[in-house]
Design a protein around this ligand. Structure first.
Ligand SMILES: Cc1cc2nc3c(=O)[nH]c(=O)nc-3n(C[C@H](O)[C@H](O)[C@H](O)COP(=O)(O)OP(=O)(O)OC[C@H]3O[C@@H](n4cnc5c(N)ncnc54)[C@H](O)[C@@H]3O)c2cc1C
Length: 330
């Protein structure tokens, strides 16, 4: 591996200043959370950074602050901390805890940060193997006519890699707002506007500018009656990204669903919100028949590639199973 310059940032502002200074010097740089993806990117040659701005030395953005209406979660909390945080113990937070606990391995979760997980780059085998694809600044998606068993069935084109983060669908389902800090200060971006489809920009997965970092997320504090869960299907038992995942947040009144928020992972280049399914569920009693109906509706717009059709019934079954998990009698 090439020689790298490491800068230990002392604060979020310090990290942003270091990024701006590196940019002004014409140096390629990257923020490093846990480094679990970034160092792989550098080894793969998909990231040309010469300067690493280390966020592990930053003391702030590592807490959870709960108020009755809103919860602020620091972007530098690790996945392990998120999965077991006492402030996130209620049923409304289960989706976030379960998503965090499902990612990678214990070693990865002990290092990986919320922000790094959400902004990790795609793990498409062509991109990571040095092919000059859209993600690498090229003009082709090699998966379309190649191997795409794990690629998108929704929202694909011109690139078909899927968004790899387990936390991202959970945060979107919880209606998070992302706090992004850059040289001009901190701006807030609704989760639904943070992620970018390849039809908008095939090289990027989010709207972050190079000198901006994700410093935290704000989430409406789940009210009484809110239940949630994260279901993840993988092609092996551990250590891997979702084939299909479902993040579900339901506000219940007895057996009836008052509001629903359902977001898929592993099937699209961004966390894929199931708006129609959520509308279908509102006001209905959560029964096996309703869960099956939701599963059928979830795949109505699916557009599989020739070799990833298995994801379509898998998605339908995953949505159905997720809802059944949340049924009052379950
Ligand atoms: C074997 C293996 C299995 C895995 N399985 C899963 C899985 O099941 N589910 C899953 O979700 N992930 C999985 N991953 C990916 C892993 O979760 C990510 O590598 C990790 O979450 C990234 O977090 P990090 O803090 O280490 O990010 P880093 O590696 O430090 O950074 C990742 C990217 O985000 C950028 N970045 C970091 N912090 C910030 C910030 N604050 N603001 C803006 N940009 C930032 C970096 O520059 C880099 O481009 C797996 C990885 C491996 C190696």
């Amino acid at each position: 591996m090439k020689a790298l310059t490491n800068i230990n940032a002392r604060s979020i502002a310090d990290a942003v200043a270091a990024a701006s200074a590196a940019a002004a010097r014409g140096q390629a740089f990257a923020f490093s959370g846990g480094g679990t993806d970034l160092l792989q990117q550098i080894k793969d040659g998909t990231n040309q950074a010469d300067v690493l701005i280390n966020l592990r030395t930053v003391r702030e953005a590592r807490t959870v602050a709960v108020s009755p209406t809103e919860t602020l979660i620091g972007g530098l909390l690790t996945l392990s901390e998120l999965a077991s945080h006492t402030a996130l113990s209620g049923p409304g937070w289960a989706v976030l805890r379960e998503a965090a606990a499902s990612a990678g391995t214990p070693q990865i979760r002990n290092l990986a940060t919320l922000a790094g997980n959400v902004t990790q780059r795609p793990w498409c085998w062509y991109y990571r193997s040095g092919f000059p694809c859209f993600k690498a600044g090229g003009s082709e998606c090699f998966s379309v006519n190649g191997e795409h068993q794990q690629h998108a069935i929704f929202g694909g084109g011109p690139s078909y890699s899927v968004h790899p983060s387990d936390l991202a669908p959970a945060l979107v389902a919880l209606d998070a707002t992302f706090e992004v800090t850059g040289p001009g200060g901190t701006r807030r971006i609704a989760a639904g506007e943070f992620f970018v489809l390849p039809s908008q920009n095939p090289a990027r997965e989010n709207v972050l500018a190079a000198t901006e970092l994700l410093s935290g997320v704000r989430i409406p504090t789940p009210a009484a009656g809110v239940v949630s869960t994260y279901l993840k299907i993988t092609d092996r038992e551990a250590w891997t990204h979702a084939e299909v995942s479902v993040a579900a947040v339901l506000s219940m009144e007895g057996a009836h669903i008052r509001t629903a928020s359902l977001v898929l992972g592993g099937v699209a280049p961004i966390p894929w919100r199931l708006t129609d399914v959520a509308q279908l569920l509102c006001g209905r009693a959560l029964s096996a028949a309703v869960a099956a109906e939701a599963g059928t509706m979830a795949i109505a717009q699916a557009q599989p590639l020739p070799k990833n059709g298995h994801k379509v019934p898998m998605t339908s079954a995953a949505v159905e199973r997720t809802l059944l998990r949340l049924a009052p009698s379950a």
